[in-house]
Design a binder for this molecule. Structure first.
Ligand code: NI
Length: 225
């Protein structure tokens, strides 16, 4: 499916309906998604972080306010799960076109022992170029893991081998402009699923922001997304 085309046709449809003064009609017919979005119970995840990026610069979560964050926790030595999740995110980003500048993809290592800035820097070349890759001290990272309910542990805790594997949770978190959870995906989510969700949020927001009289439901949607 060509997403640029899809988005153009959705926009075209909205403009067409708008010409007839029927944006309300369109939104009404989106009401089911609306309700689902509002009523869906999302866990309270997310929180502040102060970490170091692949260039050695200190990065904090508050510099990303006003943008969405797509956050993935993993490690560069991961043989299968992380490469798949990161490939799906990278491909999703390629579907976003101009909307790409509204989202910051962030990779946070769960393996600071091996993932120093140098390791992150070389890993960056294997994923989408807009990724911010972050590492930190075990203590700094532990705080973030707790905030995002991330599980991470060496597969064999007693192993001293350098090529140890990590067991870890592998969700992709979509955070809103205020750093609150909007949605999450398994690492197996297709690029289309991820991109579609993000594009529809942006589209709906844009629609609602132009409306003068907003229902409580609309306000709730805007607040959440
Ligand atoms: Ni992994």
């Amino acid at each position: 499916m060509n997403f640029r085309l899809l988005r153009l046709s959705i926009l075209g449809l909205a403009v067409g309906l708008g010409a007839f003064g029927s944006i309300a009609y369109y939104i009404k017919h989106q009401a089911i998604n609306f309700n689902q979005d509002i009523q869906r119970q999302l866990p309270e995840l997310g929180g502040p972080f102060t970490l170091t990026d692949q260039f050695g610069a200190i990065r904090t979560d508050d510099e990303f306010r006003g943008k969405y964050m797509l956050i993935y926790f993993g490690y560069t030595f991961c043989p299968d799960v992380c490469p798949l999740g990161l490939r799906n995110i990278s491909n999703a980003l390629q579907h976003l076109g101009r909307d790409l500048d509204q989202v910051v993809p962030i990779f946070i290592t769960i393996d600071p022992e091996r993932d120093d800035t140098e390791a992150l820097k070389s890993y960056a070349s294997t994923i989408h170029s807009s990724f911010v890759l972050l590492t930190g001290t075990p203590r700094e990272l532990e705080t973030v893991f707790r905030a995002y309910n991330v599980y991470a542990a060496k597969a064999r805790p007693d192993g001293t081998m350098a090529d140890y594997l990590m067991d870890h949770s592998s969700l992709i978190y979509l955070m809103n402009r205020e750093g609150k959870l909007v949605d999450f995906f398994p690492h197996t989510a297709t690029p289309q699923e991820i991109a579609k969700k993000f594009i529809s949020i942006l589209f709906m927001r844009k629609e609602l922001l132009t409306r003068k009289n907003k229902t409580a439901l609309m306000v709730k949607f805007l607040k959440r997304n």
